[in-house]
Write a protein that binds this ligand. Structure first.
Ligand code: GRF
Length: 201
């Protein structure tokens, strides 16, 4: 069994889309994989409730309770590693997880750490991507699923989706349009990752 651990900080709509697709497409039978846990760095993340409703174990690790970034990441790693199975380390999925991870943490999960970013990378890494795309006069925006490396939003691109920018769009309207595509490409990219792992095993 390959356990999937999802890290969130907020609404958790990407997490919910992944959970829904995993059930609908029976990832357990196809890939021997399941969403085992959802971890949030904020106790008030709305996504925690969504996860609990789906019967998924949740855990809160409030980053403010730790003395340093390193201490928080070490505690997080301990939680995640509980979901490793013999020969099958957990797949770690960042879904609106608003924390910069330390290089040591990223190195530990290298190759099995995925993120979604609401822009067409390599354009507009970091925050406020929709506002930046509008200000730049882009005609298209989108989302990118990528592997996480020590350089923010720069790992290998696994999937992208494109959406038009419409006249009069504000950042909220654009974000909502991009988010609907995120919900499609993230589960699909995870399924492809699981499929490839099976092929390599
Ligand atoms: C998504 O747009 C994600 O790409 C970004 O933050 C948002 C999180 O949304 N990093 P949700 O928590 O999955 O609803």
């Amino acid at each position: 069994m390959r356990n999937i651990v999802i890290l969130i900080s907020g609404g958790g709509s990407n997490m919910a889309a992944i959970v829904k697709t995993a059930k609908r497409d029976n990832w357990q039978a196809h890939y021997g994989a399941k969403v085992a846990a959802v971890i949030s760095n904020r106790a008030d993340a709305a996504g925690l409730m969504l996860a609990r409703q789906q019967g998924i174990a949740t855990q809160v690790l409030e980053h403010g309770s730790y003395s340093s970034r390193e201490a928080f990441d070490a505690a997080l790693a301990m939680e995640i590693d509980q979901h490793d199975q013999p020969g099958q380390p957990a797949l770690l999925v960042l879904a609106g997880f608003m924390r910069i991870l330390t290089p040591a943490f990223v190195a530990r999960y290298g190759g099995r750490l995925l993120n979604i970013h609401p822009s067409l990378l390599p354009a507009f890494p970091g925050l406020h991507t929709h506002q930046k795309a509008l200000q730049a006069g882009c005609r298209f925006a989108g989302a990118t699923v990528h592997q996480v490396t020590a350089d923010l939003d720069q790992g290998l691109i696994l999937a992208q989706a494109l959406v038009p920018i419409l006249p009069g769009d504000d950042p909220h309207q654009l974000a909502a349009r991009v988010l609907t595509q995120e919900h499609l490409i993230y589960p699909r990219a995870i399924a492809a990752w699981l499929e490839n792992q099976g092929a390599e095993a």
